[in-house]
Design a protein around this ligand. Structure first.
Ligand code: GDP
Ligand code: MN
Length: 382
């Protein structure tokens, strides 16, 4: 789950990482109230889940109420890289001496955490990586050892942070590591991490991705939900615990396993079609999951055919078939299904489908993935 900046800052605050006082606002009046609470000057910030908001005009300083009004009016409703600004974050503005970059992610190949630290923050880190890769210090951290203050301090020295920033940066980095590990983040990034003229080090931006697999032990994450930028289809799928991504083609896709789902997208493209979605029902999906998946796809007006591609391993063919039969009894599917059912208990599954007496124009079976893709695309483009 990706957090908005202000949610990321709320999360940082739980781990005692210094952030500016402020509050979220959905209207101009609310922005004024938050600005008055925070104290001037303030910064009015668009809350969208993309970087480069500053450059796009989504971040403005304001010295008084009139300026807050003006900026809030301009920024609310603004479209930044395809994201409509529906919410602002208004915080006390900070004086900045220097801007740094720090982040933690997992390096799967090395089976270690990866910290990246640079004295050249503020700008997009990809740009620094390209023009001046030596300016980024990369440090692998064994999760068993954790990150000590000594190691964090050495990283700050290696990154050539100035003497007066070392203490504050070290402390913040250690806190961010705690937030990242104990807080179960996939990504915890501060860009910029600033040095104030007073010598304090402070998080001015927050990019946090929470690890959905750890949700069971974080009841506090509930507060972050409901606001994430999902389209209606994605919301519906999330409620059913499905791995679903909405796309803009016409062939609805259901597959078991992310790898197979992606290959299915490729094959549909290869035969001249386009996918309406990516939907992985996972391993061991039962009839209920299949029925739920069909309901989500049925909700999409653009879907002209539904391609179900199952290669049973743990997932069993008869469960898939039962799910389809159940879905057809529960919902009136607008688009016909083309299914390729293979692997564990596929034969049994095909019998269940045949015995259900579903008319050919509602459901047809193809022996191979390619033939099924051709059939689904033919229906979608007819
Ligand atoms: P991003 O462009 O989406 O990454 O948004 P950021 O929150 O990182 O802000 C972009 C830039 O705006 C920062 O790098 C700062 O230079 C500037 N900025 C943001 N907040 C403040 C602030 O409180 N005071 C000052 N002077 N500049 C700010
Ligand atoms: Mn930033």
């Amino acid at each position: 789950m990706d957090l908005f900046e202000y949610q990321g800052k709320q999360y940082f605050a739980r781990y005692d990482i210094p952030v500016s006082p402020g509050g979220p606002a959905d209207t101009v009046d609310e922005a004024v109230t938050e600005a008055n609470n925070a104290g001037y000057p303030v910064v009015v910030k668009a809350q969208v889940q993309v970087g480069g908001r500053g450059k796009a005009g989504g971040i403005k300083l304001a010295d008084n109420e009139a300026e807050v009004r003006e900026h809030a009016e301009n920024i609310l409703g603004m479209v930044i890289k395809g994201h409509v600004v529906k919410r602002l974050w208004v915080e006390r503005a900070s004086d900045i001496d220097e801007e740094y970059y720090v982040s933690f992610t997992l390096d799967r190949a090395k089976k270690k955490h990866l910290m990246m630290l640079s004295a050249e923050g503020g700008v997009e880190i990809e740009a620094v990586a390209e023009s001046n890769p030596d300016a980024i210090v990369k440090l692998h951290i064994d999760p068993v050892d954790g990150l000590s203050s000594e190691v964090a301090r050495q990283a700050c020295l290696d990154a050539k942070l100035p003497e007066r920033a070392i203490e504050g940066a070290t402390e913040t980095i250690v806190k961010l590591y705690r937030c990242y590990t104990e807080g179960d983040c996939d990504l915890a990034e501060i860009n910029p991490l600033i040095l104030k003229p007073t010598g304090e080090v402070h998080a001015l931006d927050a990019k946090v991705t929470l690890d959905g697999n750890a949700e069971f032990r974080h009841l506090e994450w509930e507060a972050f939900k409901g606001l994430t930028e999902m389209d209606t289809r994605e919301k519906m799928a999330a409620e059913k615990d499905l791995q679903y991504i909405g796309l803009d083609g016409t062939v609805g896709i259901i597959a078991n396993g992310a790898g197979l789902a992606m290959s299915t997208l490729d094959v549909v493209n290869q035969v001249g079609g386009s996918a309406a979605n990516f939907l992985d029902i996972g391993g061991g999906a039962n009839a209920d999951v299949m029925a739920g998946a069909l309901e989500v796809i049925n909700f999409d007006e653009n879907v002209k055919s539904i391609f179900i591609n199952i290669f049973g391993g743990i997932t069993r063919g008869e469960e898939v078939a039962k799910g389809i039969v159940e879905a057809l009894s529960r919902v009136d599917l607008k688009a016909p299904i083309v299914i390729r059912l293979d692997g564990t208990n596929a034969e049994e599954g095909r019998h269940i489908l045949a015995d259900a007496g579903i008319p050919e124009e509602k459901l047809r079976s193809e022996a191979t993935m390619l033939d099924a893709a051709r059939a689904a695309v033919a229906i979608a483009t007819a």
